[in-house]
Design a protein around this ligand. Structure first.
Ligand SMILES: Cc1cc2nc3c(=O)[nH]c(=O)nc-3n(C[C@H](O)[C@H](O)[C@H](O)COP(=O)(O)OP(=O)(O)OC[C@H]3O[C@@H](n4cnc5c(N)ncnc54)[C@H](O)[C@@H]3O)c2cc1C
Length: 385
């Protein structure tokens, strides 16, 4: 194995896996005609694609075989997710369930929950939303007000979540709620997680639309919703520890670098076709150099997860640097697009991608925890008090 192959996550059987997912994507696109998209993991919801991808063996890679998965490591998952993002594939439907609900179930779920939910996740047919944030509780998640009160056979859940991505099309929401009153000395104590079906009585899911009318996230109100004991995720009172671990999976993937990959690669092809002045070439080269360096960092996070190491600090670093890179890539393409032939087909395609990228760009540094907050995580990881 060469050092270069290891840096590229192409060592061992990873190169074969990469080639097979590329072949699948080329054949699937040729047959079904989907167009590569910017921010595909948030915006491109296509249940049929998710099922085909799973049938081909590319979902549930880290889920053990006894639960319908492939029993592989985080580097294998890294290679597949990287290729999906680089090709702008329509992956949103299964993304959250595969990325963070599956590891949560494996770490904390009951045997019944694992047998019930993991095979559906591995089949690409279970869609899950995450209900953490509230109007007064985003960066300061310990301020969550949604509460669950014990009742016969389960819990009664009341409160309002916001920015709940995909809740309107998901089967379930994993909700963080208070199960004990706030203790000001221990603000992180007394939380629990619940797996709540989106069709449960008492749930209202209201859209929050982007400026162009796209609907990805929602406000979700729980009005005395009954959740059975069988749908408590993990231990009552262990919710804070569980969501912190979950955020590690949410923040650590290549989607924090590659949301604009389709835009960047389309721009590269257009520049190559149209010719480019020295200044633009230098600026674009600088952008690509940043992408390559960030990719090495992101691979190192996947290697740490594969080895069972704590990657929270490194994941925060990649997300901070990666999402700023994504925003800079949008600005650079916006600057250089006027140097291209306006009537050429690749310029028109680039304009379409740029319009979406501009709209989504402010979201990159907010979702999954803001960059300001992540820098605090990095500083504390380095020993700052
Ligand atoms: C596209 C998108 C999808 C999302 N999907 C989901 C989802 O599916 N489920 C879910 O639960 N949530 C989701 N969120 C919510 C997201 O996690 C929050 O927006 C984020 O944690 C920030 O919280 P807030 O919006 O309340 O901002 P605030 O916490 O109010 O922050 C406002 C500003 O203050 C700054 N700030 C706050 N605290 C500090 C501090 N200690 N030090 C320095 N600066 C600080 C922040 O950086 C930010 O700039 C999503 C958000 C977006 C944009």
């Amino acid at each position: 194995m060469s050092e270069y192959e290891a840096l590229c996550a192409d060592d061992g059987d990873l190169a074969d896996l990469r080639a097979s997912v590329r072949a699948f994507l080329a054949a699937d696109r040729a047959t079904y005609g989907w167009e590569p998209a910017v921010d595909c993991w948030l915006a491109k919801w296509d249940p049929e694609f998710s099922a085909r991808l799973a049938d081909a063996g590319f979902v549930g890679l880290t889920i053990p075989t006894e639960y319908g998965g492939h029993g592989l490591g985080y580097l294998h998952r890294y290679v597949v997710t990287e290729e999906l993002l680089a090709h702008g594939a329509p992956v949103a439907a299964h993304w959250i369930a595969d990325r963070q609900v599956a590891p949560g179930l494996l770490a904390y779920g009951s045997e019944d929950q694992r047998r019930r939910l993991l095979p559906r996740i591995a089949a690409g047919t279970l869609y899950s939303a995450i209900g953490m944030s509230e109007h007064g509780a985003g960066s300061d998640l310990a301020a969550v007000q949604t509460r669950a009160v014990a009742t016969d056979g389960g819990w009664r859940l009341s409160g309002t979540k916001v920015w709940t991505s995909g809740a309107h099309v998901a089967h379930q929401i994993v909700v963080l709620a208070r199960t004990s009153p706030l203790d000001p000395e221990h603000r992180h104590a007394g939380f629990s997680q619940f797996i709540v079906p989106t069709d449960a009585a008492g749930i209202t899911i209201s859209p929050i639309e982007l400026m162009n009318g796209e609907r990805h996230f929602n406000e979700v109100t729980f009005d005395d919703v009954f959740v059975s004991d069988a749908d408590v995720l993990g231990e009552i009172g262990n919710g804070w520890h569980q969501v912190t671990a979950e955020l590690g999976f949410e923040r650590s993937g290549p989607e924090r670098i590659l949301s604009t990959a389709t835009l960047v690669f389309t721009a590269a092809r257009a520049l190559a076709a149209h010719g480019v002045d020295d200044r633009t070439a230098a600026e674009f080269g600088d952008l690509m150099a940043r992408m390559v360096s960030l990719r090495q960092l992101s691979v190192s996070v996947a290697r740490a997860l594969s080895d069972g190491d704590d990657a929270a600090g490194r994941a925060a670093l990649v997300k901070d640097l990666g999402t700023r890179f994504e925003q800079d890539s949008v600005e650079l393409v916006a600057d250089l697009i006027d140097t291209l032939d306006p009537g050429a087909p690749d310029t028109l395609a680039l304009r379409g991608l740029l319009a979406t990228a501009r709209l989504h760009s402010p979201l990159f540094t907010l979702r999954g925890g803001t960059n300001e907050v992540l820098r605090g995580v990095v500083a504390k990881g380095l020993g700052a008090r």
